[in-house]
Design a protein around this ligand. Structure first.
Ligand SMILES: *[C@@H]1O[C@H](CO)[C@@H](O)[C@H](O)[C@H]1NC(C)=O
Ligand SMILES: *[C@@H]1O[C@H](CO)[C@@H](O)[C@H](O)[C@H]1NC(C)=O
Ligand SMILES: *[C@@H]1O[C@H](CO)[C@@H](O)[C@H](O)[C@H]1NC(C)=O
Ligand SMILES: *[C@@H]1O[C@H](CO)[C@@H](O)[C@H](O)[C@H]1NC(C)=O
Ligand SMILES: *[C@@H]1O[C@H](CO)[C@@H](O)[C@H](O)[C@H]1NC(C)=O
Length: 379
């Protein structure tokens, strides 16, 4: 079917044959001595280099939902610092108010058939929309529908990598430790809202995941499932979190979350790895109390953080970028420590034009170029 495609496509096709895109997210709250600081972290598990960048987006940015006709439009109320994959999608990030969000893969997602009476929002900016507009999880949840009860937008996607639907679920977390998981199944938005939902991985849908977890929890003192599958990672992360000490300083809180993320990380795998056990390629953490954002590569000697307060994220600020691309020669290899001053002025990344009528992450028209990977034909 893709035999006529150019050679730039063939290489990724082979590499993606057993592709999986997994991840683990955790929200940790430190003790009263540390002001009940909430630190949220996640791994990015992916079979290829994600060529991520960090962006600093100020308030006052004009946004377009990039879903073709009747795209959602908004102006960012809050500034944020985020991490992309392929400079095409906001994968993780935190805003100036301490709202954090993570985008993780969820096979089986269906955003529904395009309903052009609803404004469309590209999957690229789905997470960014919440970081741009809300301070807390409760605020974001309360505003999902307009006053007539209609959804404010419809999430749109399209096929990019053959055989891998462009889909996922979101998890928001805030400085109070509140969490909201958002999943689209059969075109309908499912919400899971609780301070207890500190852990998220991938399949199955969150309600089933919680049900399985209730069972696995009963044996956690004697045995825990050990494979990289999303269910097993969920069980191990939940138990490690339960056993985590109470931090009394910022450094302790960061160290605890770092330890949770490093231990749940999937080791580097051969390319014959099966679905849902991709290697961890990076880890990010957000300190929602003091506005620090951390990035650690699992494949390059890079571990750095940025301070949101030291960036101008007000409407007077400009968009800035910190490339984390190891090919880039930006001198980040060997970089450890504060890197806030390494941001350079940039244009916002160009989101995926999410023009498929279908909601399952396939279809759509026109080629898509993923930097470092290649150009994909329409699927
Ligand atoms: C928003 O993007 C869509 C393409 O997705 C385009 O058709 C539309 O004109 C854009 N709107 C504005 C105001 O630029
Ligand atoms: C709510 O959204 C629907 C669909 O976009 C729209 O038709 C309706 O006018 C909106 N209502 C309000 C009060 O904004
Ligand atoms: C499209 O969305 C509008 C606004 O929510 C709703 O009234 C209408 O029923 C939807 N159409 C379909 C076919 O679902
Ligand atoms: C596991 O051990 C802890 C600490 O000893 C105990 O509080 C808990 O009840 C145990 N859980 C189960 C399911 O036995
Ligand atoms: C390297 O980073 C610079 C500055 O962010 C950017 O302009 C350039 O496109 C990047 N190069 C690659 C190959 O990604």
């Amino acid at each position: 079917m893709f035999r006529s495609a150019t050679s730039t496509v063939c290489l990724p096709l082979l590499l993606f044959a057993d592709l999986s895109y997994a991840c683990t997210r955790v929200s940790y709250t430190s003790g009263e001595k540390d002001g009940s600081r909430v630190v949220i972290g996640r791994t990015l598990d992916w079979s290829m280099p994600p060529f991520s960048s960090m962006y600093a987006f100020p308030a006052g940015l004009q946004r377009n939902g990039s879903a073709g006709e009747n795209s959602l439009e908004w102006v960012s109320k809050y500034g944020s610092v985020i991490t992309t994959i392929y400079d095409i999608l906001t994968m993780d990030g935190v805003n100036t108010e301490g709202l954090h969000g993570g985008f993780l893969y969820l096979a089986g997602t269906d955003f529904g058939t395009r309903n052009s009476s609803l404004p469309g929002l590209s999957i690229s900016l789905w997470l960014q929309y919440f970081l741009d507009n809300y301070r807390t999880v409760a605020e974001a949840k309360a505003d999902l529908m307009n006053t007539s009860g209609a959804p404010r937008f419809q999430v749109r996607s399209r096929g990019v990598i053959p055989g891998l639907p462009t889909v996922g679920h979101l998890v928001l977390g805030d400085a109070s430790g509140d969490n909201l998981v958002m999943e689209y199944l059969d075109g309908k938005l499912q919400l899971y809202h609780s301070h207890d939902y500190q852990v998220m991985t991938n399949e199955p849908p969150y309600d089933e995941q919680l049900m399985i977890q209730r069972y696995l929890k009963t044996m956690a003192n004697t045995t825990l499932p050990g494979t990289p599958s999303p269910i097993d990672r969920f069980a191990r992360m939940a138990d490690n979190l339960r056993q985590a000490p109470v931090a009394s300083t910022m450094t302790e809180a960061i160290t605890i979350v770092q330890s949770l993320l490093r231990t749940i990380s999937t080791t580097l795998r051969s390319q014959t790895a099966s679905v849902s056990n991709a290697a961890t390629v990076s880890r990010t953490m957000a300190d929602t109390k003091d506005g620090r954002y951390f990035f650690e590569s699992a494949t390059d000697p890079v571990s750095l953080w940025v301070s949101l307060n030291a960036l101008d994220l007000s409407p007077r600020g400009t968009v800035k970028k910190l490339s984390l691309d190891p090919r880039n020669g930006t001198g980040l290899a060997g970089r450890h420590g504060e890197a806030t001053h390494e941001f350079v002025d940039a244009e916002p990344y160009v989101p995926l034009l999410a023009n498929s009528e279908k909601g399952d992450g396939t279809g759509g028209s026109g080629p898509v170029t993923l930097p470092g990977i290649g150009t994909f034909p329409p699927s």
